[in-house]
Design a binder for this molecule. Structure first.
Ligand code: NAD
Length: 375
């Protein structure tokens, strides 16, 4: 029997993305799988049911779709109670936010489902095309700059007009991972004067290669090169103090600040205090991309514009969701690249290896099995 892949409409409030597109439905069908999607699942990303039908997918109710499913794809993992009727031990490939969703992970184990957490994709070259954090962060970095530009009461590029010159905006990007790099590139394209900082010294060259100015703590050691998986760790008190001083001096001269700093499994590091906000010019804008992980900026609130000392602080709970069509297209391709890379032609289903399979698998045989969740 052909492997059955099922996709439900996302249930999380406001979630517009979808884990399958007509393009990936066709590709899964070409591998020999049957694909079913809940009616209306693509509407938030401007994909009609007919487009899925034309791509060869069945469109039905969630119960029809889930019935007999071997693999369920999702953007945000559904509650396991909604997966009744799927095959015992069915795989669910989605984001689980596993460090914060212990109960959900336990429920997956209890339900006998195999949860595959796309956030735990290892940062190795061959998994780059499977990495949803990268694909979504890239779009988020772009949207952060556009939103900041829209919130700002002035222009980004320098303009010489008959009525006089408009000064270029000064944009400072804090945290130069995938989102930060895209934020730098986007702000440059809009004509801003861009500077950026990170704790990883390897980012200095990346900042320069995008034509932006690196702002780094010089007298205290940061993180040389890339640590495990290229992620940052928490910095020493001495470093944090030096960073705060450097940032205070720099930030007062900026018009726009985009913060993107994250530490996996920890709350986002606090980079901007209320006192630093007060030092900025009225009319300045801060976009806090980490607002949903606790925030890099004191006082930021998800999905609200907070005004403090004349500075507007913005941040979305789910930034990629504001570009749902592209975010879905990339997310769906990440899932296809992941499953198809492991496709076993004889059995017509994917067989995961240790390096990637064990990294992403949270639950199996009624147990939580992931080493990152142990203890
Ligand atoms: P992230 O989202 O975990 O964090 C964003 C950035 O914030 C990082 O650059 C981090 O160093 C920085 N940061 C953390 N604490 C900070 C602080 N106190 N002050 C300033 N900056 C701080 O990072 P990311 O986007 O996931 O990228 C991390 C690295 O992993 C990058 O070098 C990226 O190129 C690499 N990466 C590799 C792969 C792959 O090989 N498959 C995939 C994705 C990312």
């Amino acid at each position: 029997m052909a492997l059955r892949i099922a996709v439900m409409k996302e249930r999380a409030p406001g979630e517009n993305r979808v884990a399958l597109t007509p393009e990936t439905a066709k590709k899964f069908a070409a591998l020999g799988a049957t694909v079913a999607i809940e009616q209306g699942a693509g509407l938030g990303a401007s994909i009609t049911d007919d487009a899925y039908r034309e791509a060869g997918a069945k469109v039905g109710t969630s119960a029809d779709v889930i019935s007999g499913a071997d693999i369920v794809l999702g953007v945000q993992a559904p509650d396991p109670t909604q997966l009744t009727g799927a095959k015992p031990g069915a795989w669910v490939a989605a984001t689980f936010d596993p460090f914060r969703n212990g109960e959900l992970v336990a429920a997956y184990a209890a339900a006998g489902l195999e949860a595959l957490s796309m956030e735990f994709m290892p940062r190795i070259t061959r998994a780059q095309s499977m990495d949803v954090l990268s694909s979504q962060s890239n779009l988020a970095g772009y949207k952060a700059v556009l939103t900041a530009a829209n919130t700002y009461g002035r222009a980004f590029p320098m303009m010489m007009t008959a009525a006089g010159t408009v000064q270029a905006a000064k944009v400072f990007v804090m945290g130069v991972g995938v989102a930060g790099l895209q934020a730098i590139a986007t702000a440059k394209r809009l004509g801003a004067q861009v500077s950026a900082t990170d704790v990883r010294s390897a980012t200095r060259e990346q900042i320069q290669s995008l034509g932006a100015k690196p702002i780094f703590v010089e007298n205290v050691a940061g993180i040389e090169g890339e640590g495990s998986g290229g992620y940052a760790t928490e910095m020493s008190e001495e470093y944090q103090k030096a960073q705060a001083e450097l940032v205070s001096a720099h930030i007062a001269k900026q018009d726009i600040v985009i913060t993107t700093a994250l530490i996996p499994g920890r709350p986002a590091p606090r980079l901007i205090s209320d006192g630093q906000i007060a030092s900025m010019k009225p009319g300045s804008v801060i976009f806090d991309l980490a607002v949903a992980q606790g925030g890099n900026v004191e006082g930021s609130v998800p999905d609200q514009t907070v005004e403090k000392h004349g500075v507007k602080i913005v941040g979305y709970a789910n930034t990629a969701n504001h570009l749902a069509a592209d975010a879905s297209a990339l997310f769906a391709r990440n899932l296809y690249n992941f499953l198809s890379a492991f496709w076993d032609k004889e059995t017509g289903r994917p067989v995961l290896d240790e390096e990637i399979g064990d990294a992403v698998r949270l639950t199996k045989d009624n147990k939580v099995v992931n080493s990152r969740l142990a203890g």
